[in-house]
Design a protein around this ligand. Structure first.
Ligand code: ZN
Ligand code: ZN
Length: 172
């Protein structure tokens, strides 16, 4: 997900490039699968505007049974990438940039990786469930009740706290 945009920076405002993406993105531990889809790059007066439609998946830990699973995501966003080096002179540009703005590197390469990571993290569910019907961990003995039945009483059964209770059990 890296493109050299020096040619695009030289072209007139409104010029577009379209790319098909099918990349492994191993730099980020959050990203669990390949990243596929399309990216459009457009020259604006001050930047390269990216319009992104990508599919990938992130790693999640189930909030009930703590198992790891992958959660598919569709990422649709538009972000501007600003040059930091003047294309003609090679001098550093000092224009103030919007806070948190993405930038091109010294060689005028646009690297979409960090933007994809940020949007993926943003869209990762806060309380992910491996399945809607996940039965969680037994609060008494800590077994994963999706896999094993146990004979514990179920009076304190409250799956929201099952993970914590199981953890407490292990710490004792
Ligand atoms: Zn689960
Ligand atoms: Zn149990």
């Amino acid at each position: 997900m890296q493109w050299n945009v020096s040619e695009l920076l030289k072209s007139t405002t409104g010029t577009e490039r379209r790319y098909t993406v099918d990349d492994e993105e191993r730099r980020y531990e959050e990203i669990a699968t390949r990243v596929t889809g399309t990216v459009r790059l457009m020259k604006t007066d001050k930047s390269i505007l990216t319009t992104v439609e990508l599919d990938t998946a992130v790693w999640c830990s189930c909030s009930r049974c703590l198992s790891r699973f992958t959660h598919p995501l569709r990422l649709q966003f538009a972000e501007e990438f600003f040059p930091t080096i003047d294309l003609a002179t090679g001098a550093r540009l000092h224009d103030p940039l919007p806070e948190g703005a993405f930038t091109l590197n010294k060689r005028h390469t646009l690297d979409l990786g960090e933007a994809v990571r940020q949007y993926a993290v943003m869209k990762t569910p806060m309380k992910p469930l491996c399945t809607e019907a996940c039965r969680g961990l037994c609060p008494t003995c800590g077994v994963n009740r999706n896999e094993t039945a146990c004979d514990c009483r179920t009076s304190t059964e409250d799956s929201r706290w099952a993970g914590l209770e199981a953890l407490r059990g292990k710490l004792r």
